[in-house]
Design a protein around this ligand. Structure first.
Ligand SMILES: NC(=O)C1=CN([C@@H]2O[C@H](COP(=O)(O)OP(=O)(O)OC[C@H]3O[C@@H](n4cnc5c(N)ncnc54)[C@H](O)[C@@H]3O)[C@@H](O)[C@H]2O)C=CC1
Ligand SMILES: O=C(O)C1=N[C@H](C(=O)O)C[C@H](O)C1
Length: 249
């Protein structure tokens, strides 16, 4: 495949290594100073976007307008999902998005859903999520934590939504939902230097705590998943997630 990287930061560089190791070619690298343009995408089989929450929607529009299959790993655009889905449908485009492309986290998503079904009848246990990431992260809570929260909420009749709390909130960008209301699931966002991505789910009672955790040791899993998604989307139309790619639905 000939692939354009949209965003050439920590993830873009990791994805480049995986693409080359699997025999693909990087034909363009879009950044803040050299954004996507027509020349860059001529002959592209796919574009892989790991850019920023503020640039991703414009990038998606550009790729759909030029009929380039898009793999979108950038987080922080959940509230625009319906608009993007309508655009993909109207333009007969192809797009895979995931808050987390790693195989391990996608298995963790399934485990989280199953565990929440098991725990729901036991209301002495209160569920909560903690996510820990590096200090350069622009969004909070993480996209992965939001997916995990939705996986719990859909099985919990007493939970209506999630909210984001943080002990070191001065260093964390303002979340759109950082005020606790009734019946909300707590997501604690923590920022520490160089942490690649850790997600912890706890069910606490006065007697004990049950917990499951995923810890990324490096960024290889995210990058490999995104490249697998780019290979998978070839000759397909529609909007998909990593669940579809891995047939985990
Ligand atoms: N879904 C997943 O599996 C994962 C998602 N992410 C997400 O990917 C995104 C990027 O993460 P990192 O690589 O760590 O960030 P980074 O800050 O290291 O890199 C961001 C890149 O985006 C570029 N950029 C900024 N404006 C742009 C524009 N208008 N057009 C094209 N590129 C532009 C910057 O020049 C930079 O190269 C974040 O939203 C992060 O949350 C990160 C890891 C895994
Ligand atoms: O910004 C990151 O680094 C990560 N972002 C994703 C998220 O917001 O969930 C995935 C991963 O945890 C790393």
């Amino acid at each position: 495949m000939k692939v354009v990287l949209v965003g050439y930061g920590k993830m873009g560089k990791e994805i480049e290594k995986i693409l080359i190791s699997r025999g693909h070619e990087v034909i363009g690298k879009a950044t803040d100073v050299n954004p996507l343009n027509k020349e860059m995408i001529a002959n592209a089989d796919a574009a892989i976007d790991f850019s920023t929450p503020t640039s991703v929607l414009e990038n998606i529009d550009f790729l759909l307008a030029h009929n380039i299959p898009a793999i979108v790993g950038t987080t922080g655009w959940n509230s625009s999902y319906d608009k993007v889905k309508t655009s993909v449908d109207e333009k007969n485009g192809a797009l895979v998005h995931a808050s987390n492309f790693s195989i391990g986290v996608n298995l963790f998503f399934k485990l989280n859903e199953q565990l929440s079904k098991l725990m729901e009848p036991y209301n002495e246990y209160t569920p909560s999520i903690t996510e820990i990431h590096h200090t350069e992260k622009l969004d909070a809570p993480s996209g992965t934590a939001i997916t995990l929260a939705n996986g719990i909420i859909q099985n919990y009749s007493q939970l209506e939504d999630w909210y984001c709390a943080s002990e070191n909130s001065a260093t964390i960008p303002q979340s759109e939902k950082n005020t606790k209301k009734e019946n909300q699931l707590k997501i604690e966002a923590v920022r520490e230097p160089d942490v690649k991505g850790t997600h912890l789910i706890e069910y606490k009672s006065n007697i004990d705590t049950l917990s499951i955790q995923h810890e990324a040791h490096n960024r290889t899993g995210f990058a490999l998943g995104a490249v697998i998604a780019a290979e998978w989307i070839q000759n397909k139309k529609g909007i998909f997630t990593m669940k579809d790619v891995l047939q985990l639905s």
